[in-house]
Design a protein around this ligand. Structure first.
Ligand code: SF4
Ligand code: SF4
Ligand code: SF4
Length: 255
């Protein structure tokens, strides 16, 4: 990995990141992201570690907003950016020992909400089937807890035989794995959105109003899942109505 030049860092420190060139900023983001623990928990207030790294590189976020990274992470960021090491901003949470999610499979109703919430695709399961967590891939982010309608997910401290060190910061290998899995998930979600958009476009004509609704519900020009679902239902109802009308005798239609 490239490291930012002295000039880039001096520039960052003196202008709070506002006057760094695009290439230097890209290098800086990668270096900051490398320090972050890749838990992808969003406690920093951003949608994952990379967006937080980007915000720091742009001078829009402080270096003390990542509870999983803790004091060691703040010190590493301060060293990189030649800034003073601040205490962790506990408004974003506190540093805790690493824990892993475990599903009580007897109580799981197979709703898939936890799968949708997991930022690193660490949960296996299918609709109406019990779900299970792949412990080696769980970052301990806790994002699956709140959506579970039957509260059957708990966090258990991660322990390995003879391990007395309970740090939340993962090993470099675990962080790299989490980064890759998160990137793969983001790419898959983007692909699925694109496929839904294309499938919707192929099904046209739907109705003028459903198309209009879809446009209204779209985010940044791409239909969201709910909008696509609504449009598909509207299209199916329109087709059934047209079929019924075609099978009705003219007299019954009042002609
Ligand atoms: S580990 Fe969580 S709080 Fe820290 S940068 Fe990543 S998403 Fe943000
Ligand atoms: S299983 Fe739960 S705690 Fe583990 S990474 Fe996925 S969402 Fe986070
Ligand atoms: S959210 Fe809870 S009930 Fe739903 S699939 Fe996950 S573990 Fe099972």
């Amino acid at each position: 990995m490239q490291t930012p030049s002295r000039d880039t860092i001096a520039n960052y420190a003196s202008t709070s990141g506002s006057s760094i060139g695009t290439d230097d900023r890209t290098i800086l983001i990668a270096c900051i992201d490398e320090i972050l623990p890749q838990t992808q928990c969003r406690q920093c207030g951003y949608d994952g570690c990379k967006p937080y790294a980007t915000a720091i590189a742009q001078g829009q976020a402080q270096i003390n907003q990542c509870p999983p990274g803790g004091d060691a992470g703040i010190r590493a960021l301060a060293d990189l950016l030649h800034l003073p090491a601040l205490p962790l901003d506990t408004a974003h949470g506190v540093t805790k020992p690493k824990a892993l999610a475990v599903i009580d499979e007897q109580r799981c109703i197979g709703c898939t909400l936890c799968i949708q919430a997991c930022p690193v695709d660490a949960i296996l399961g299918a609709s109406k089937q019990m779900h299970t967590v792949i412990s080696q891939e769980c970052t301990g982010c806790e994002l699956c807890l709140a959506p579970c309608p039957v509260d059957c997910i708990i966090m258990l401290p991660e322990t390995s035989p003879g391990d007395t060190h309970q740090a939340m910061v993962p090993s470099k290998a675990a962080a790299n794995l989490a980064r890759t899995r998160h990137q793969n998930r983001q790419a898959r979600l983007a692909r699925e959105t694109q496929q839904r958009t294309q499938a919707y476009a192929r099904k046209k004509p739907v109705t003028a109003s459903s198309a209009e609704n879809l446009a209204k519900d779209s985010i940044h020009g791409a239909p969201n899942a709910e909008a696509v679902k609504k449009a598909a239902i509207a299209a199916a109802m329109a087709r059934v109505k047209a079929l019924k009308l075609a099978n009705t005798k003219p007299a019954d239609r009042g002609e």
